[in-house]
Design a protein around this ligand. Structure first.
Ligand SMILES: [Zn+2]
Length: 79
């Protein structure tokens, strides 16, 4: 009877430990955040900051939109 109680307590402790381990979120890999980092550039027309991947490239540099690339070109022609 004494051993039955010891075995029962060991099973309960093991079950609780297993439950707590399953609830823990998976560990974050180091460098996972760095892989998502983006290069940010300033629009050559208005100066707003946009990710390089979303920027429109023009002769005067990156622009936040096609409209600002055209507006900048028009402004340069007027000079
Ligand atoms: Zn702009």
């Amino acid at each position: 009877m004494k051993y039955l109680i010891v075995v029962l307590v060991a099973v309960i402790v093991g079950w609780i430990a297993l439950r707590n381990r399953e609830r823990r979120p998976p560990p974050r890999r180091p460098g996972a955040g760095a892989a998502r980092a983006q290069t940010i550039v300033a629009c050559s027309h208005c100066g707003v900051h946009v990710p390089l991947a979303d920027a429109v490239q023009g002769p005067a540099g990156p622009f936040c939109s096609e409209a600002h690339r055209l507006a900048h070109a028009k402004q340069e022609r007027a000079r």
